[in-house]
Design a protein around this ligand. Structure first.
Ligand SMILES: NC(=O)c1ccc[n+]([C@@H]2O[C@H](COP(=O)([O-])OP(=O)(O)OC[C@H]3O[C@@H](n4cnc5c(N)ncnc54)[C@H](O)[C@@H]3O)[C@@H](O)[C@H]2O)c1
Length: 256
C-alpha cells in the first residue's frame, strides 16, 4: 500500500476568507483530503458555502466575523476552536482586501483598512492558533501572500506593503516555531479570476487584463482549483520539513 502523505483525515482546520475565491477553494481541498473545517468570513455567503460543503458530506462549520474588529476576531477564533474541540491543526489565512489608487492620492483610511485585514489580523490569528499548536506540539499555518510580496504592481501600495509583510512575518514565525513542530509557510498566488480582481478582468479592463496575460508564461489566469493542491501539500505531513517559504502558484509569473 502506498503511504498517503497528503491524508488529512481527522485534522481540524480554520480557513479565513472562505466564503468565496481562493479561501473557498483551499477549504474545499482540505476537506476533500479529510479535514474538518471552520470557515470564517465577513460575508453572509459563508453560511451558504458551509451548507453546500455539508451537503457533500464534509464536516464543515461557518462563522461570520469582520477580522478587522480585533475583539470580534479573538471571540470568533475561540468559538471556532471550540467547534473543533479545542484542536487546531491547520490555519489558512486567506481573507484579504484590495484597494487601488495612485500612491499620491491613496486615502490613509484605506491604507489602514488594508493593513488591518491583510497583515494585523493575520498576525493575531497566527498568535492565537500558534499558542494552541505549541501546546499540541504540531500545526500547519498557511498564509496567503501574493506575487506582490515580490513585485510591486501598479496603484496598490498598501496591498503590496501588506503582502511583503506577510512574507517576512511567515519567515519570522517559522524561525521561532519550526523546532516546535509548527510549519509556517506562505503561498504567493499570481493572477486568479476571483471577485477580488473583477475590475481588472477581461470584461471590465481588457487592456490591463491583456498586459497581465502577456506576462504569464502559462498564458492563462488561475482558478481557485489551481491552488488546492498547494494548500493540501502545506497542510499535510508531505511538507513537514518545509518552513518559512513563499511558494508561488502563479503560472510562472515570477520566473519571467
Ligand atoms: N485573486 C488573486 O488574483 C490573488 C492574487 C494574489 C493573492 N491573493 C490573495 O488571496 C487571498 C484571497 O483572495 P481572493 O481572490 O479569494 O479574494 P476574494 O475577494 O474573492 O475573497 C476574499 C474573502 O475574504 C473575505 N474578507 C475580506 N475582508 C474580510 C474581513 N475584514 N473579515 C473577514 N473576511 C473578510 C471576503 O468576504 C471574501 O470572502 C487574499 O489574501 C488575496 O490578497 C489573491
Amino acid at each position: 500500500m502506498k503511504p498517503d502523505l497528503f491524508d488529512l483525515t481527522g485534522k481540524k482546520a480554520i480557513v479565513t476568507g472562505a466564503a468565496q475565491g481562493l479561501g473557498r477553494g483551499m477549504a474545499e481541498g482540505l476537506m476533500e483530503y479529510g479535514a474538518e473545517a471552520v470557515l470564517l468570513d465577513a460575508s453572509a455567503t459563508v453560511e451558504t458555502a458551509a451548507t453546500e460543503f455539508r451537503n457533500r458530506g464534509f464536516a464543515c462549520h461557518a462563522l461570520r466575523v469582520d477580522l478587522s474588529d480585533r475583539n470580534a476576531l479573538q471571540r470568533t477564533f475561540k468559538e471556532a476552536a471550540s467547534l473543533l474541540r479545542d484542536r487546531v491543526d491547520i490555519l489558512v489565512n486567506s481573507a484579504g482586501i484590495q484597494r487601488r489608487h495612485p500612491p499620491e492620492d491613496f486615502p490613509i483610511d484605506e491604507w489602514d483598512a488594508v493593513i488591518n485585514v491583510n497583515l494585523t489580523a493575520v498576525f493575531m490569528l497566527c498568535q492565537l492558533a500558534g499558542k494552541i499548536m505549541l501546546a499540541q506540539g504540531s500545526g500547519k499555518i498557511i498564509n496567503i501572500a501574493s506575487i506582490n510580496s515580490v513585485v510591486a504592481g501598479k496603484n496598490i501600495p498598501a496591498y503590496t506593503a501588506s503582502k511583503a509583510g506577510i512574507q517576512q512575518l511567515t519567515r519570522s514565525l517559522a524561525n521561532h516555531w519550526a523546532s516546535k513542530g509548527i510549519n509556517v509557510n506562505a503561498i504567493a498566488p499570481g493572477y486568479f479570476d476571483t471577485p477580488m480582481n473583477t475590475n481588472i478582468n477581461s470584461e471590465n479592463n481588457p487592456t490591463r487584463y491583456g498586459e497581465l496575460l502577456e506576462r504569464i508564461p502559462a498564458r492563462r489566469w488561475g482558478e481557485p482549483a489551481d491552488i488546492k493542491g498547494t494548500a493540501v501539500f502545506l497542510a499535510s505531513r508531505a511538507s513537514d520539513y518545509v518552513n518559512g517559504v513563499l511558494l508561488p502558484v502563479d503560472g510562472g509569473f515570477l520566473g519571467l
